[in-house]
Unconditional design. Structure first.
Length: 577
């Protein structure tokens, strides 16, 4: 149907089942989505009864997919059997290196077949994987290693070259480097010495996964997210957090069929084009976990390029893609789109950034694919709400309804009073996907996690059926194409420039990226600095996506309220935002 400019509309007799009736049918005793109960952090919590108890069970399940491809990356094709052998071999070596349950192992590499191998090898032995943002600067990567207390670091060649000064990470005992091109010395050695290259994974010895007792709520990951101090905070995730997403995504798919009046089909393996980095919970938790459970083939890209993505969709017969609205827009508006056969596409889903309502309809009209959207955050290990197809078309500004094991509520600003249906307030969420808290940050944890609930900082409202609409969020967070930028972090760098005495970062709307960072600065008397100079100054110290796309200069100090807080709404007006 792709390219036929079909039109999707919500039928007059839709929905054919209410949300309550769907939930009752899908979660009934003996049903695939039956729920149970567990005490998590002292709080009785609904859980998916049939979710894997830990990720070791998921790894074992993935082996049953045999010769089906797990990952495709350029000319490299790795089957599930081959991937399993590489995971087990690396897990065994990590144990031999002295990595114990609870130890942290950092992982910094772009999307490549080695990433899931390393991730699952780490968690299979009860260690805690620390996926680091591969876009980070050397200083940022070192911060993640040091803050987490990682004993071992697994990197690709580019990250190895970027980090270079391993003396700045004194806690590291070993570094494994994938695809290195230079001789390695000291604590560094090639990952290929342990597992070989991708082409040979299938010939690795059939060794068992190390025997480790792992409980559902044992720590599995530390994903870094923006913090109120401007420094990243590590969200401490568990095996249960990650396993929950497997059934949450499957439930939403089944729900959409029942809402349409159809029986959900038997799950079938899919081919998905993954364009979001694995170091985000969207890719790792919401995509990778379900892929291993269902036998999905993940097509990986070295870096995002819309033209290359269109070619991959045609060549690999990709059925599912997305990630953030940016991806969908660039595919829709690419000048060569009509040259490709995109008829295999079934779903284009995304979250993580604002999206225009007309994007929802255009995805079906142009691709013949169902649009999907959802909401989650690092602290919720991705999916809390999600919807697809007619539900999304009927509520194009909504991020969907919560999955049955999750609860949402809207609280007033003081966090003491729950707001009624339709009223705007701060969104709170709870469920088995909520992380344990922040790593080594007890005060931040106490402020954000309250009796099993996470205070999201997002302003939202709920309707009668539980569909959530995000209307605003913590003002200082800028989400550029799905990447979080914390204003204070960039402002601190601008303040470090000798000519800058006042600085603020704001988000300004961007049709494709959702929003982009823009800076307003005031220079000291007699000082001079150009826009390019300040941008280069930030670029040298932070990841490229955090660099302001434009810098405005103010003749006076920036406007503030009585408490001395910069009035960012006034600054946004300077950009027409």
């Amino acid at each position: 149907m792709a390219g036929d400019e079909a039109t999707m509309a919500v039928p007059s007799d839709w929905p054919r089942m209410s949300m309550a009736a769907v939930q009752a049918a899908l979660t009934a005793p003996g049903a695939p989505f039956e729920m149970g109960s567990a005490t998590i952090g002292g709080i009785e919590t609904r859980i998916w009864k049939n979710a894997p108890a830990n990720l070791t069970q998921l790894i074992a399940l993935s082996r049953t997919h045999g010769d089906r491809l797990a990952t495709i990356h350029e000319d490299q094709r790795v089957s599930y059997e081959a991937q399993y052998r590489a995971i087990a071999t690396l897990a065994t070596e990590l144990r031999a290196m002295g990595v114990e349950k609870g130890d942290r192992v950092a992982l910094a590499m772009r999307n490549m077949p080695e990433w899931p191998v390393a991730f699952f090898a780490i968690v299979a032995i009860g260690a805690v994987c620390v996926p680091l943002n591969a876009w980070w600067s050397r200083q940022e990567l070192a911060y993640g290693v040091n803050d987490s207390g990682a004993r071992v670091l697994i990197v690709d060649r580019q990250r190895y070259d970027r980090m270079s000064d391993y003396g700045a990470m004194p806690g590291l005992e070993a570094v494994l480097v994938a695809r290195a091109r230079v001789p390695l010395t000291g604590i560094t050695r090639r990952l290929e010495e342990v597992i070989g290259d991708c082409a040979g994974y299938a010939t690795l010895p059939d060794v068992p996964l190390p025997a480790v007792d792992i409980a559902p709520d044992d720590a599995a990951t530390i994903f870094y997210t923006s913090g109120t101090t401007g420094r990243p905070k590590g969200a401490l995730g568990t095996h249960r957090n990650l396993a929950t997403n497997i059934l949450s995504a499957a439930y939403v798919a089944a729900r959409s069929h029942l809402r349409r009046g159809e029986m959900p089909p038997e799950p079938q393996p899919k081919v998905g084009l993954l364009v979001i980095p694995f170091f985000h919970v969207t890719a790792c938790s919401a995509s990778l976990m379900g892929a291993l459970a269902g036998g999905t083939t993940l097509v990986l890209m070295r870096k995002w390029d819309a033209g290359e993505a269109l070619a991959l969709i045609e060549r690999e017969r990709v059925q599912v893609t997305g990630g953030v609205p940016t991806i969908a827009w660039q595919l829709l508006e690419h000048p060569d789109r009509a040259k490709y056969d995109l008829s295999s596409l079934e779903v284009v889903q995304y979250g993580g950034a604002p999206s225009a309502p007309d994007l929802v309809k255009r995805i079906f009209d142009v691709f013949g694919a169902l649009p999907g959207n959802g909401w989650g955050m690092t602290e919720t290990m991705a999916t809390v709400t999600q919807h697809v197809g007619e539900d999304y078309l009927a509520r194009p500004t909504s991020c969907g309804a919560p999955v049955p094991v999750a609860d949402l509520k809207i609280m007033d600003v003081d966090g003491a009073t729950e707001q009624p249906v339709g009223e705007v307030g701060e969104l709170w969420a709870r469920g088995p996907m909520i992380v344990r808290g922040y790593w080594n940050a007890p005060k931040e944890t106490a402020r954000t996690f309250v009796d099993g609930w996470v205070r999201t900082g997002d302003l939202a409202r709920l309707d009668e059926e539980g569909f959530c609409t995000i209307v605003d969020r913590a003002k200082d967070i800028i989400i550029r194409g799905g990447e979080n930028i914390y204003s204070i972090e960039v402002e601190d760098v601008l303040y470090a420039h000798p000519a800058v005495t006042d600085a603020a970062l704001v988000g300004v709307p961007d049709r494709v990226l959702g929003e982009v960072p823009a800076a307003v600065v005031h220079l000291c008397p007699g000082c001079a600095a150009s826009e390019a100079e300040l941008q280069d100054f930030v670029r040298a110290r932070l990841a490229g996506f955090k660099v302001p796309v434009t810098v405005r200069f103010s003749d006076t100090v920036l406007p503030r309220n009585a408490n001395g807080k910069i009035l960012k709404d006034e600054l946004r007006a300077m950009f027409g935002a």
